[in-house]
Design a protein around this ligand. Structure first.
Ligand code: AMP
Length: 113
């Protein structure tokens, strides 16, 4: 059994509120939402972060971004949204399976914290 939390969600071993699943990616609602819409989009295949994924499989990186924008459309975020890939300790990454946050439903601030 994988020790990676998000691999376990992909495998269906841990429940998640899924909004999309394809062969390449899974999208589910964040357990601690930071906006009215807060969905995580992850590749089914494990890569620890954005750099390792985009180096090994740039096509998958494209799938991830396409899926994130598809989620935003499906969630009705016509007014705009933010896609975030926290990467590494300084980037604030806490789960080491690459994931894109799709945040929307409120006006975002800049700069981020
Ligand atoms: P990051 O800090 O960028 O690594 O983001 C990890 C995200 O995963 C956080 O926003 C957490 O709230 C979220 N998270 C952690 N565990 C779960 C879970 N079991 N289901 C859904 N989201 C989770």
């Amino acid at each position: 059994m994988s020790e990676c939390l998000f691999c376990r969600i992909v495998a269906g071993e841990i429940p998640a509120d899924e909004v999309m699943r394809t062969d390449e990616v899974v999208a589910f609602r964040d357990i601690a939402p930071q906006a009215p819409v807060h969905v995580l989009v992850i590749p089914a295949k494990h890569y620890p972060d954005a750099m390792s994924m985009s180096t090994a499989d740039p096509q998958l990186a494209g799938h991830l971004i396409k899926a994130a924008t598809d989620v935003a459309t499906a969630e009705g975020l016509e007014g705009g949204y933010r896609i975030v890939l926290n990467t590494g300790d300084d980037g604030g990454q806490t789960v080491h399976h690459v994931h894109a946050h799709v945040l929307g439903g409120r006006a975002m601030k800049w700069p981020p914290g």
